[in-house]
Design a protein around this ligand. Structure first.
Ligand code: DAO
Length: 178
């Protein structure tokens, strides 16, 4: 049985943001309408001294009539009553990049290998998600471990996005030598 009501989506129990911190490679993505981040998506989550979570992220985007670039993004996270559900305020290092305020829900993670992210931007009149996106994150740029694939597939189904994901390649487009 499947219940696709956004309000009934189960998130990670006892979510621990300190264990979630660090680098995550997006290995698959379900796009929202008018997608922004295309591929080479990497996010770095930090816990600040005041305990709040912030992130920097990069990814290949196409803006303004086919101009391809690597977007450098920043985000801050506002807590809600559920520790696994955040409100994410995000903006680009350059002002012509996308900015906004989205849900950032952690559906499931083992902290060391995989994380399933979910964000519904528009809830339909029937309570299901009309426009949302989801990242499958891995600690490993090469992808998910074989032993995590069944778990992640189950989570994709639980959030009613199974079959809507595409692979997110990592080609080195956003790798900068510093
Ligand atoms: O790519 O279509 C899209 C939607 C994503 C917009 C938000 C990107 C900036 C912040 C990413 C932080 C980690 C999820």
């Amino acid at each position: 049985q499947q219940n696709c009501q956004v309000a009934n989506i189960q998130v990670m129990p006892n979510f621990n943001r300190t264990l979630y911190a660090g680098t995550w490679y997006a290995v698959a993505k379900k796009d929202p309408e008018g997608l922004f981040l295309i591929d080479n998506v990497v996010a770095h989550f930090q816990i600040e001294e005041d305990g709040t979570m912030t992130a920097t992220a990069s990814g290949r985007v196409i803006i303004l009539n086919n101009w391809e670039m690597c977007a450098q993004m920043l985000a801050t996270f506002e807590e809600t009553l559920d520790p696994a559900k955040f409100r994410m305020k995000y903006w680009g290092v350059a002002n012509y990049l996308q900015s906004g305020n989205d849900d950032h829900w952690v559906i499931a993670t083992d902290y060391d290998n995989y994380a399933v992210h979910y964000s519904c931007r528009v809830v339909d009149a029937d309570g299901t998600c009309l426009d949302g996106y989801s990242f499958i994150f891995s600690r490993h740029p090469t992808g998910l471990r074989a032993e995590d694939q069944a778990t992640v597939t189950q989570m994709k189904a639980d959030i009613c996005m199974l079959g809507k994901y595409r692979r997110v390649p990592h080609t080195g487009f956003c790798d900068t030598a510093t």
